[in-house]
Design a protein around this ligand. Structure first.
Ligand SMILES: NC(=O)c1ccc[n+]([C@@H]2O[C@H](COP(=O)([O-])OP(=O)(O)OC[C@H]3O[C@@H](n4cnc5c(N)ncnc54)[C@H](O)[C@@H]3O)[C@@H](O)[C@H]2O)c1
Length: 351
């Protein structure tokens, strides 16, 4: 009854592994560490360093660990990179994913939870966006995820592979042990906190002339712990016999770039200067989920996705690990200082 987590050394995967272990669910991680961190995987979690396209390795993991379900996070996830290197994205996110799905089917794994994205919708025609919103991605990244959604629907019909494809809006926040450490970092909140940490002088704001209340882009931020809980609920729903589903994971509430920066200023005590730049091509004014289908299907609600909590948790993690995870290959997994030894949020940027 072990769950295979692909991409478990990455941001959302590592938090999901943390929660699975707290729930005493046996887990094994498969990650090629191309974008993840060995130190994000606790030492007592079986970590297979390899690629999702390695069929023999998947067979070995399924047999050794008794895998019955897979949460598939492993993917490349940098939207601008997908525009300049689409081949990389179609190879990694679609072709290699197909090898993984074929192997899972072949070796008897019947349940898959898949990391999809609101980028499969493209530009919004209505806010909030329900699951039946038209899907017209505007980037190869979005298309790569939509192709896999399609593959999953066809594999369900033909091979009985049951799945939940979770379309995340903006994952954010951290736990005490796991946070966001991407290179390059393209997400707003860690980039705002980089300024508070003294690692950048100002936050770039891409456009302040959108048709939103303060002119900056609005996004639906969901705490990574709430995302992780939704994955576990999705596995339980599948195991209880529920049908395959596509579900939005968001809060249904949007926050503008300037609102995020204002909250980060309050939490960090840092002035966080901004630089207003041009809009980025393809950025929608607003992306906000209609989350009701996920509430009903998963019997789940986000409980830590209040913006202040998201930013405070991320700030705490970045203060603990201002340089991210240790890069040393032999790095110890999570070895934590005691909470008392941590600086308070306000001290952090000064120290
Ligand atoms: N972060 C977000 O806001 C967000 C939003 C929507 C969807 N998603 C999706 O959620 C998933 C996780 O996102 P994240 O932010 O944690 O990304 P991440 O880059 O932190 O983690 C992805 C992990 O997958 C691994 N990986 C990539 N390709 C692999 C391969 N071929 N074989 C084995 N391992 C491989 C990487 O090494 C990395 O550890 C991705 O599928 C992403 O597309 C993320």
């Amino acid at each position: 009854m072990t769950i295979l987590v692909t991409g478990g050394a990455g941001y959302i995967g590592s938090v999901t592994v943390e929660q699975l272990r707290q729930a005493r669910r046996p887990v094994a991680v498969l990650d090629n560490l191309s974008r993840g961190h060995r130190a994000a995987v606790a030492r007592d979690v079986p970590l297979y360093v390899g690629d999702i396209s390695n069929r023999e390795l998947i067979e070995q993991i399924v047999r050794e660990q008794g895998i019955t379900a897979c949460i598939h996070f492993a993917a490349l996830a940098l939207v601008p990179e997908s525009v300049t290197h689409p081949a990389l994205y179609y190879d990694n996110n679609v072709h290699r994913c197909q090898v993984l799905l074929d192997a899972l089917c072949e070796f008897g794994v019947r349940y898959v939870v898949f990391s999809s994205t609101c980028a499969t919708y493209g530009l919004p025609k209505a806010i909030p966006m329900p699951e039946d919103h038209p899907q017209q991605p505007i980037t190869p990244y979005g298309w790569s995820k939509l192709f896999v959604e399609r593959m999953l629907a066809d594999y369900d019909r033909a091979y009985g592979l049951r799945f939940v494809a979770l379309r995340y809006f903006n994952a954010a926040g951290a736990t005490d042990d796991h946070g966001e450490d991407h290179e390059p970092e393209t997400h707003l909140i860690p980039n705002v906190l980089r300024v508070a940490l003294g690692k950048a002088t100002a936050v770039q704001v891409y456009g302040n002339d959108y048709s939103t209340p303060d002119g900056t882009a609005v996004r639906d931020y969901i705490h990574v712990s709430d995302l992780a809980a939704a994955h576990i609920a999705a596995l339980d729903a599948l195991a209880a016999g529920q049908a395959s589903a596509f579900l939005n994971l968001g809060t249904g509430r949007g926050h503008s770039v300037l609102e995020v920066i204002a909250a980060a200023r309050r939490i960090t005590g840092h002035p966080i200067p901004i630089q207003i730049g041009a809009r980025r091509p393809g950025d929608a004014p607003q992306l906000v989920a209609d989350p009701r289908a996920a509430h009903a299907y998963l019997d789940w609600r986000p409980v830590c996705s209040d913006l202040e909590h998201i930013i405070a948790s991320a700030w705490r993690w970045h203060c603990r690990r201002p340089n991210g995870y240790p890069r040393d290959e032999a790095a110890q997994a999570i070895s934590e200082p005691s909470p008392e030894a941590l600086p308070s949020a306000r001290q952090c940027h000064q120290g």
